[in-house]
Structures are given as C-alpha cells and as structure tokens.
Design a protein. Structure first.
Lengths: 408, 304
C-alpha cells in the first residue's frame, strides 16, 4: 500500500481532432517494428542503393562540369556521343539511375514488408485487440490507414525519402540549375511510384495479415506470392523464348538445306573432310547468329503483347515505375548514342556475317536497348492487375476486419 | 440524463437482441442485469455507437446515437468482457496507446498512464509485457486503459469474470470508488447480483431484449410493505401461533419468522404478544427483498 495514495484524479487536458487518430495507430505500429534489430539492419542495408544513386548523380554532375578525375574515369567506358555532350544525356542518365535505384528498392520493400507486415493485423486478431480499437473514437478506416501508415513509413524511409535526398544532392553536385528544368519530373514520378507501392504492397499485406492469426503463415504466404509469381512469369517467358528459338531454328535449318551448295570433289579425302567440317561449323555459327537476331526481332515485335510478365507481382510494380519514370525514352536516347558506334564497329569486333544480314548488322536500331531492358507491354495492363489485387485486398480487409456490429 | 433510448430495435438475422427498448437512466452507478441473451451486450454496443440499430433513437449525454457516435465514444470508457490486448507492449505503453487513440498527445498519455496504473494497483507491473499479465491483472489493465482519458461514463461488461475472490473484490472496490467518490457514471453489466448490489445504486433488468425492471436498488428492495422479520429467544412456533391468532400472516424463514401485519395493526403487536407469552424478541426488522428476489420476480413476471 503506498504511503501517499492520491487515488483517482480527473484529467483536464485537451484532446486532438479526430482526423489524425490514424497517426497514433501508425506511430504505435512503427515503434513496435523498429524495436526489432532485423528491421533496423535491413533498413541500413536498404540505404545502400540510395548511396549508390547519390554517388551516380554526383559523378554525373562532376562529369558534366568536366572534373578531370571523373572524366578519366568515365570517358573510356562511355560512348563518344555521350562524352561529347553530357548535358544532352542528363535527363536519360538521371532517369536510368532512378529506375535502377527503384528496382533495388522494390526488392528491399518486399523484404521489409515480409518481416514487418505479417504482424500488423494478425496479431491484433490473435490478441482480440479490435474491440479495444473500435470502442474508442476511431473508425475502421482510421485503423486501416494507421496500419497502412506503418508500411508507408518504411517505403518512405527506403525509397521515397532517399530518392528525394539524392535529387537534392544531385542538383547540388551538378552546380547547374538547368538540371532542375531537365529532371524535375523525376521527383513527382518518384513520389507517385512510392505511393503506388505503398497502396498496392500495403493493402495486399494487410489483407494477407487479416487472413490468419498466425503471423508466420502470413509471412509464408507473402514470400510465396512474391517468389512463386516471379518464378511463374520467368518460366513462362523462358518457354516462350525457347519455343520461338526452336521454331526459327527449324525454319533456318530448312532453308539452309535447300540453299547449301554441293561440296567440291577433292582429291584428298582427309583434307576434304576437314574443310567440310570447318565449312559446316562456320555455316552453323552463322545460322545461330541469324536465328538469334531473328529471335531478338521477333521478341521485340511480340513485346507489346507479351502478357507473361503480368504473372509476376514485382514485375507489375516495376512496369508501373518504368512508365512513371519514362525509362523507355531514356533508353532510346542512350540507344542512339550506343548503337551508332556499335553498328560501325560491328565488322571490326568480329561480328559474324549471316546470309543477307550485312545490312542488318550494320543498321542502327535505336530501340534495341529499350526493347531489351524495358518491358514493352502496355503499363495499363500492370496497372489493371495491381488495381484488381487492390480491390481484392480491400474486399478481404472489409470481410475479415469486421466492426462489432455482430452477435458474437 | 445519462442516456435515453426510445423504442430501440436491433436484430441479428432471426435473433431479436433488442425489442422496442425504451429507457431513461439518470447519472450514477447503474447496474445492468439480465440472463444470457437478454441484450445486455447489444445495449452496451448501442450506447457506444458500435452497431446500427434498425429503429428507434437515443442519446448519451445528449449526443445523438446515430450522428454523434465518435463523440459518444470520446466521452465513454469501455472495459470489454473478453480478454483484449494491444500485444507486444509493456503495461504503461498499453494504457498510453489507449489514451493516444482517444486523442491525447503522447506526453499527456504517458503521464496519465502512470497515474491510472497506480490507481488500479498495477504500478509495480507497468513495465512488464502485457502478455505476461494474469487474468485479473489484464482486467485491471483494461480498466486503466478505459480510464486514461477520464471518461464521463465508464462501461464495464462483466468485469469480474474469471477473477479470483481477492481480485474480484479489488475490482469492485475500484468501481465503487469511481462511482461514489469520483462522481463518474458507471454502467456495470454483470450476472453476479452481489457485485451489482455492492457497486450500483440504480439497476436495469433486461429480458429478451426488453426492459423488465428499472429503479433505485434500495427502492426495489423495499417492496414488502408491513412485513417484518422476527426472531425470538425460546419457542418460535408458539409465538407464531399467537401472531396468527392476532390476524397476522406468518411464514417460517431461515431462523426467522416472516410476519405480515393485517391492516390497522402496528408493530406494537409484537411487543404486546411477546410480553403476554413471556417471550423475548431478539430480532425485529422490516423485511427487505434481496436483489436476487427482485431479479427473479421480474423474470417470472416476464415469463408469465
């Protein structure tokens, strides 16, 4: 028994407005998550790509200014067109740097969410915390927003925040305010992309978290969704590519047999056999090169309707990011600078000549890099898939996290 | 009025939880009695604005049930029946978080959390994880969480369920103290009549979603007009015969005679007859019903 027992005292403080109640839920959730050392270490590791982005933008800024150390470092590896007029490629380089940064960060976001997300609702269900929430001046929307806020804070910490900081530092290192004119679109695009990640990843994780009282199962489901969907997309893409290659190879083989000239009769059978093998190997090599190029062309032609990447959840997120950042245009611009020298140097670099392909080998395909590095199917497809998942997640949340308007 | 309900009806599918319930309750400590399925929990959820009612209207502290739900919850503290926890936090964080959810800023919420934890007797355990609390401690913790924003009305839904006798007594003392010393209104739902009787002044009896009985507990217990409990030293049977001869109705109670006086007769008759019989009266007091009798009578009347 305390010596001085004041007993119950009334409280005369003021209460905040209802609009920010969700923030209390988010703060509480974030405090809980940051107690774990795994999350703290992962956050630190997730900042490494941001560091790389800052270094890349700073180097480019110094390169534009003609800093000697940077010139000697970058000039040997950059195409002459870019080295000659770096300002003209500023927007493309920045865009590609941001796109690469976000590719890494999507990976880290998925990893962070698999560690922090499963607990968000499942633990409340396990400990029957919902009556405590909903008997206070808090709506279900506030509750969901608060839980989403935890994921939003993590995404902001590893993706959006560093992207903004990198932008400011990049501008500072460039010592040229025209950088802002050329690259300002990256900033709203990064925020929008971050928002899309938060809404999609957040609601999906909350929906999964509401399906079970055991966080472990939720984590497994999330990892399964991530890994399996990416694997399925990869396997389907591989099957498609192999089938295309096989088909074109068969076509080339058919044409090769009909067009192959008859061997000259040689007086020495051994020499004739050796020459024949060499000719055959050369013909096969040329044929492979021809098929490879045809596959490349066929894939580029089919890319706008290639639906297979849609099976991968992260590929859909990345497709949305590419569209927001306009990475395709950046790679086309870089492609112009890279493909010219490549076409000119093609014969010197030992490019094998295939039948009737000299002109093709030497021709400049500005879109080659863009076709290879940026998905070409309409971004709206990915947006549709993500919107469908969002709808499903909201429906699940609405069904699983009920109000107390029920008999038991 | 603490709250007023007018013709409230709430159904869950085929089950009618509240059927045209109308009640007006004054501030104070109010007990909510009723058998299982009487609609006690539904009434509490209605007051908290947690459910959508089919028909009827009502007010809590003058705030409309339909349009001012969140304002009502702001003014009310609720201790749920089931074990509910915000997991993974020590007790003080638990209570502070409850305060923050009500709109308190964090420093205020933390300071207040320490105060109310001391008040409910969990001062020593405030830094322990809530998952390690016993059932009784959890119940006191949820009481602290309900008190943290200093509500005008505290709703306790079966607060002594699953508690040991000592814990139960402590919880009752806390509730009683809040209601009687701190002028906090209380709605105390329980199956345990002694608990209600100990804590509350006013009682509502519900049955099948309807109000069976309402009033001040003392007034409800004073129903036996001109009835007395009489105890004598020697021969109770002989004294009972004398009372019967004098026109009184006499029943044998537990070690006592329950005597109803006829019209026109005063309690002077006990002393007169005792003096005549050479008997000593050792116990004489007006007969009062127990709350249990009141409750059972109300249920019987409803069943009839």
């Amino acid at each position: 028994m305390p010596i001085f027992d004041q007993g119950y005292q009334h409280w005369k403080g003021t209460l905040s407005g209802r609009g920010w109640r969700w923030l209390a839920v988010a703060r509480h959730g974030l405090r809980g998550q940051l107690k774990g050392w795994v999350v703290r270490i992962l956050l630190l590791v997730a900042w490494l790509p941001a560091l790389a982005l800052i270094v890349a933008l700073a180097l480019w800024g110094l390169f534009e200014q003609g800093a000697e150390g940077v010139l000697s470092l970058l000039q040997p590896i950059l195409p002459p067109g870019i080295s000659a007029a770096p300002h003209a490629y500023r927007q493309a380089i920045w865009t590609i740097a941001y796109s690469t940064f976000f590719k890494f960060e999507v990976f880290f976001v998925m990893l962070l969410v698999v560690i922090t997300g499963p607990n968000l609702i499942s633990r409340d269900l396990r400990f029957n915390a919902l009556p405590l929430y909903f008997s206070r001046p808090l709506t279900r929307l506030d509750y969901f927003l608060g839980k989403l806020g935890v994921i939003a804070a993590l995404v902001a910490a590893v993706a959006v925040g560093p992207a903004a900081v990198a932008y400011v530092l990049g501008v500072c290192f460039s010592l040229d305010l025209s950088v802002i004119r050329d690259t300002w679109r990256l900033l709203p695009a990064s925020f929008l992309y971050g928002l899309a990640i938060v809404v999609s990843v957040g609601t999906l994780m909350l929906a999964l978290s509401s399906l079970s009282r055991r966080s472990l199962y939720v984590g497994i489901a999330w990892a399964g969704l991530w890994v399996i969907s990416s694997t399925v997309a990869g396997v389907l893409g591989g099957i498609h590519r192999e089938a295309l290659y096989h088909k074109l190879w068969q076509e080339e083989m058919g044409q090769g047999n009909t067009e192959r000239p008859p061997h000259d009769e040689s007086p020495d059978p051994d020499q004739a056999s050796m020459e024949g093998r060499q000719q055959s190997r050369a013909a096969q090599g040329a044929m492979r090169e021809q098929v490879r190029r045809r596959v490349e062309r066929a894939e580029a032609e089919a890319a706008p309707t290639n639906w297979r990447p849609l099976c991968s959840y992260t590929a859909n997120l990345q497709r949305l990011g590419e569209a927001l950042l306009n990475t395709d245009a950046a790679w086309v611009q870089i492609g112009q600078a890279v493909e010219g020298p490549r076409a000119a140097l093609w014969p010197l670099l030992g490019g094998r000549r295939a039948r009737g392909s000299d002109a093709e080998s030497a021709s400049i395909n500005k879109r080659r890099l863009a076709d290879q590095l940026v998905p070409q199917y309409p971004w709206i497809w990915s947006a549709g898939v993500l919107a469908g998942l969002l709808g499903l997640s909201l429906w699940t949340l609405n069904t699983r996290v009920k109000s107390l308007d029920r008999l038991r | 009025m603490l709250f007023e309900l007018h013709n409230i009806t709430k159904t869950y599918g085929k089950v009618t939880a509240l059927s045209g319930l109308s009640v007006a309750v004054p501030p104070g400590a109010v007990g909510l009695l009723g058998p299982n399925g009487a609609g006690k929990t539904t009434l509490i959820r209605t007051l908290l604005g947690l459910i959508t009612i089919e028909s009827g209207s009502g007010e809590v502290f003058g705030l409309d049930l339909h349009s001012r739900r969140l304002a009502i919850r702001q003014a009310v503290g609720f201790v749920p029946e089931d074990e509910c926890l915000f997991p993974g936090v020590p007790g003080v964080e638990f209570v502070a978080y409850a305060g923050e959810l009500c709109g308190m800023c964090r420093p205020d919420a933390l300071q207040r959390a320490h105060e109310v934890l001391n008040h409910v007797g969990l001062g020593e355990a405030r830094y322990r994880l809530v998952e390690s609390y016993s059932a009784g401690m959890t119940q006191r913790l949820t009481l602290a969480a309900a008190l943290v924003h200093d509500p005008r009305l505290l709703i306790l839904d079966e607060p002594t369920n699953g508690m040991d006798p000592a814990g139960r007594q402590e919880m009752l003392e806390l509730a009683r103290d809040l209601a009687h010393s701190k002028q906090m209104s209380l709605l105390f739902s329980s199956h345990l009549l002694p608990d209600i009787e100990y804590v509350c002044d006013h009682v509502l009896v519900l049955g099948r979603g309807r109000l069976l009985l309402q009033g001040q507990i003392q007034e409800l217990k004073d129903l036996h007009d001109r009835c007395y409990e009489v105890g004598v030293k020697h021969d109770a049977r002989a004294f009972a015969r004398r009372l019967s001869d004098a026109g009184c109705r006499v029943k044998d109670g537990d070690h006592r005679l329950l005597v109803s006086l006829p019209p026109g007769q005063s309690e002077e008759v006990f002393w007169t007859l005792a003096a005549a019989a050479g008997e000593q009266i050792r116990h004489l007091r007006p007969q009062r019903s127990t709350l249990e009798e009141v409750f059972l009578k109300a249920l019987e009347k409803d069943a009839a």
